[in-house]
Design a protein around this ligand. Structure first.
Ligand SMILES: NC(=O)C1=CN([C@@H]2O[C@H](COP(=O)(O)OP(=O)(O)OC[C@H]3O[C@@H](n4cnc5c(N)ncnc54)[C@H](OP(=O)(O)O)[C@@H]3O)[C@@H](O)[C@H]2O)[C@@H](O)CC1
Ligand SMILES: [K+]
Length: 513
């Protein structure tokens, strides 16, 4: 699990380091520059000395870092030139301090600011004479999308420069805390970031523009980050092993729990069968699908391991009570359909069952989040909407949700008390305390029934006694990994929900002897 901080937390970490530890910005800036130089040395080895490096400094502290890089490279005998994108008098604070120092070094410095009529022409000439660009235009202090003069500078680097681009902290123009890549920004080969990684380094599509990302601590101790807290945790396959529970050797079907899957409408019963088999393949002891008696002939022959509870009338308190009585956790929503009948079925399950419930798919089309929260107060619940379902549930457009995945997942979790799983590329998981972003998965998971399989896995893990949050983390990571394993074996086109089910166990045992 990697800690990701946003720019506010990062600024707070800088501030605490300076105040609590009697450090100062100049020291941190020196370490930031040193980290960039070290990474360039790693990248180019002895050839670095043959390269021409163009350090480009905006007037903020990101520019200050780039000035340190220029000075240190010069001290190592590298051919370096410094471009200032503002007049020297506009540089303030630590960046100004760095400018005063570098003036004592034999570094060529050229001012190319917005008032210079031949600025762009001269800038392009500089680019054409360079092998490496160090981008210190904007970092975490970007306040609005880049336009005008700076945009032209960024476009020139992206379009007219064929060499290597190292971005200092953030590719200039990307917003540190956002996943969006729609505004003008640098496309880097390497980004060296300070303290901890920021959202833009790991959230797609912004992450595409960062190249390889290196995190350097610039001497900010971990106890400072413990004080400021994380924005979210990045999770992946290496977290599977630490999340896994040990079961004693005398464990039996009872230990592993009994999953209950409440089926949907005729024609969509397959979703529940898939979820039920996925639950078994994820380790629960028993799995039973609740169906209407008349549906039985359609589903009886799929998987012999899956059991069925046949209700004469599905929406009956008596049948539901008898079914729910023996279950460790239930899953409801897949293929459910929309309408009053469905709503009342969901409400009954909430009323009659006092153990964890996983809600999926059509549940989110039957309720608004506020209405739903009224019914589920005090319950242990998991919600697994995809962005379209989240849109019906919350009233936000799918676009708004996709641009603010973390905030939306957090908000729904706060309103409902649920562990929220906002599906999609880089699934977001939120409970009231923490947010996680998953890194496993592939576009091959975009196949019919893939979400049903995830619902089954999570329900199964809850049945086995995992806490809700751990069941969700383990479920989401291993579902994504099962997709990767299936894609490697069968190619993207070949992956179906069935192939995911086949690979779950392998994924759940990743890294375990
Ligand atoms: N704090 C520390 O101790 C350490 C910080 N470190 C480094 O500092 C970086 C953060 O520095 P920062 O806060 O000075 O902001 P930065 O990204 O340089 O940019 C601000 C400048 O850009 C301008 N500007 C903004 N948006 C604009 C736009 N769209 N178009 C045009 N102009 C725009 C803005 O001008 P303003 O809007 O204020 O007029 C201001 O002048 C951080 O990423 C890391 O690299 C490290 O050295 C480690 C220690
Ligand atoms: K930058």
């Amino acid at each position: 699990m990697r800690v990701v901080v946003d720019s506010i937390r990062m600024r707070e970490a800088d501030r605490l380091t300076i105040e609590m530890l009697n450090s100062n910005g100049i020291i941190l800036m020196e370490h930031a520059g040193t980290a960039c130089v070290r990474e360039l040395e790693k990248e180019f080895g002895r050839r670095l000395i043959e390269k021409k490096v163009l350090c480009i400094a905006g007037k903020g502290n990101n520019g200050g870092d780039a000035i340190v890089v220029a000075r240190q490279l010069k001290s190592k005998g590298v051919n370096v030139k410094l471009i200032l994108l503002a007049k020297p008098d506009d540089y303030k604070g630590d960046a100004r301090f760095q400018l005063e120092i570098i003036r004592n070094y034999p570094v060529e410095i050229e001012v190319i600011d917005k008032d210079r009529s031949d600025g762009l022409e001269v800038f392009r000439k500089n680019l054409s004479e360079s092998d490496i660009v160090v981008d210190g235009i904007f970092g975490t202090g970007l306040s609005k999308p880049v336009e005008g003069f700076y945009r032209k500078i960024i476009d020139a680097i992206n379009n007219d420069f064929n060499g290597f681009v190292l971005s200092v902290d953030i590719p200039s123009g990307l917003f540190a805390d956002k996943s969006t890549d729609i505004y003008s920004h640098i496309k880097a080969n390497l980004t060296v970031t300070f303290g901890k990684i920021k959202p833009c380094h790991v959230l797609y599509p912004a992450s595409k523009s960062c190249g390889r990302v290196v995190e350097d601590w610039i001497t900010i101790p971990d106890f400072v980050f413990e004080k400021v807290g994380e924005y979210f945790y990045l999770i992946g396959k290496d977290d599977i092993k630490p999340l896994k529970k040990d079961f004693p050797p005398d464990s039996h079907k009872g230990t592993f729990g009994h999953a209950g899957i409440i089926s949907g409408e005729k024609g969509k019963l397959g979703a529940s069968i898939l979820a039920s088999f996925a639950a078994l393949k994820s380790g629960c002891g028993l799995s039973t699908v609740y169906i209407e008696e008349s549906d039985y002939p359609f589903v009886s022959s799929f998987y012999p391991e899956v059991m069925f509870y046949l209700a004469k009338v599905k929406n009956s308190d008596d049948f539901l009570t008898e079914f729910l009585n023996t279950k460790s956790a239930v899953l409801i929503g897949q293929g459910l359909g929309v309408g009053e009948y469905q709503k009342s079925l969901v409400k009954k399950v909430i009323k009659l069952f006092d153990k964890p419930i996983v809600f999926d798919a059509d549940v989110f089309k039957n309720f608004t989040v506020d209405e739903f929260a009224e019914y589920t107060k005090g319950k242990e619940i998991v919600l697994t909407p995809h962005p379209g379902e989240m849109s019906s549930f919350t009233g936000y457009s799918t676009k708004e949700i996709q641009e603010n995945r973390i905030e939306v997942a957090k908000e729904v979790s706060l309103k409902t008390g649920a562990v929220v799983v906002l599906k999609g590329y880089q699934t977001v998981i939120a409970n009231r305390e923490k947010v996680f972003v998953n890194t496993t998965g592939t576009s091959a998971l975009g196949t019919a029934g893939s979400g049903d399989v995830l619902g089954g896995i999570i329900t199964s893990l809850i049945c086995q006694g995992y806490s809700l949050i751990n069941a969700v983390l383990l479920g989401v990571i291993s579902h994504g990994l099962a997709g990767e394993i299936a894609e490697n074996a069968e190619g993207r086109e070949g992956v179906t929900a069935g192939s995911l089910i086949d690979k779950i166990s392998k994924a759940l045992n990743y890294g375990i002897e």
